[in-house]
Design a protein around this ligand. Structure first.
Ligand code: 5GP
Length: 139
């Protein structure tokens, strides 16, 4: 099912710099930043600058750019969090549990077992900044 894009979603506002984010990496086509409600320390998000809601509307060019950024940021997340594994996932549509309707890829250091609930609890912004700096140092 095709979904229309909501230009007022929170990640669209982050891309327009109307609301802040704790940025890790940015290039022409993508932005990576800390999840404000991390399921585990180091939980990061990669988004395309292209305004689409789900994977199924994403252009091939933006998909490639996202995967390149996920590879770069994911390796840095693993190194920064001192763990030799990570989980990469994304949701497509409300029925799949997507809460922000701008396509995004989650990077979680480690596994999905024993972590906090999805979008459940805000982290201390100062701790997020410290974690972001560690990840940036590993890029
Ligand atoms: P989804 O449920 O759409 O796959 O994931 C959305 C993610 O965005 C959740 O993990 C949630 O914690 C995160 N999130 C929601 N609002 C904000 C925000 O304003 N800033 C940041 N950085 N992350 C957010």
């Amino acid at each position: 099912m095709q979904t229309s894009y909501d230009h007022d979603n929170i990640f669209a506002k982050i891309l327009r710099e109307e609301i802040p984010c704790i940025k890790i990496f940015e290039d022409e086509h993508t932005l990576a930043f800390m999840d404000v409600m991390p399921q585990t320390s180091g939980h990061s998000l990669v988004i395309p600058k292209e305004p689409v809601s789900t994977l199924y509307e994403l252009s091939d060019e933006a998909a490639l750019a996202c995967i390149k950024t996920v590879k770069r940021v994911g390796k840095a997340v693993q190194q920064a969090m001192n763990i030799n594994g990570s989980t990469v996932f994304q949701h497509n549509g409300k029925d799949a549990g997507q809460t922000v309707p701008h396509f995004h890829i989650h990077i979680l250091p480690g596994s999905l077992f024993g972590i906090k609930g999805h979008a459940a609890e805000f982290a201390d912004p100062d701790e997020l900044k410290i974690t972001a700096e560690k990840i940036i140092a590993c890029l």
